[in-house]
Design a protein around this ligand. Structure first.
Ligand code: FMN
Length: 110
């Protein structure tokens, strides 16, 4: 948990922000989620691991200062990135997933 506040000690952290004037920004939040997903998939294809990391922006004043993020930007999320250390025990954790049938409704398909 504590490592999450240190960006998992990754060498790179992307901070995704958006212009404050876009508020209320629900569709922007959706767009940044899509962007984050695209970044993670593209990075992984090149062997670079990612953690989309809400913890990393909880101290947003510190992030803003060190990443030189201007006041007209809202900080949305960050992504820790780096080559995975397969020997690190936490990287062996595999999440379990609910079956699609428990939360997806299929209409028009048998
Ligand atoms: C919006 C968002 C915020 C997240 N924030 C954190 C976080 O603060 N700390 C953490 O350890 N994982 C966080 N995660 C989870 C990791 O990114 C996780 O590795 C990713 O969801 C894929 O792993 P999974 O297969 O276990 O779901 C977050 C995920 C998302 C989508």
């Amino acid at each position: 948990m504590l490592r999450g506040f240190r960006q998992f000690d990754a060498p790179v952290s992307l901070v995704l922000t958006y212009d404050k004037y876009l508020e209320p920004a629900a569709i922007t939040h959706f767009g940044l989620g899509s962007l984050a997903y695209g970044i993670v998939l593209a990075a992984w294809e090149r062997g670079i691991g990612c953690v989309i990391n809400g913890q990393g922006i909880m101290q947003s004043d510190v992030v803003r200062e060190h990443a030189n993020i201007p006041d007209d930007q809202n900080i949305m999320i960050c992504i820790a990135m780096g080559y995975p250390d397969e020997s690190f025990p936490a990287n062996d954790v595999r999440s379990t997933r609910a079956e699609n049938s428990t939360f997806v409704t299929y209409v028009g398909f048998e």
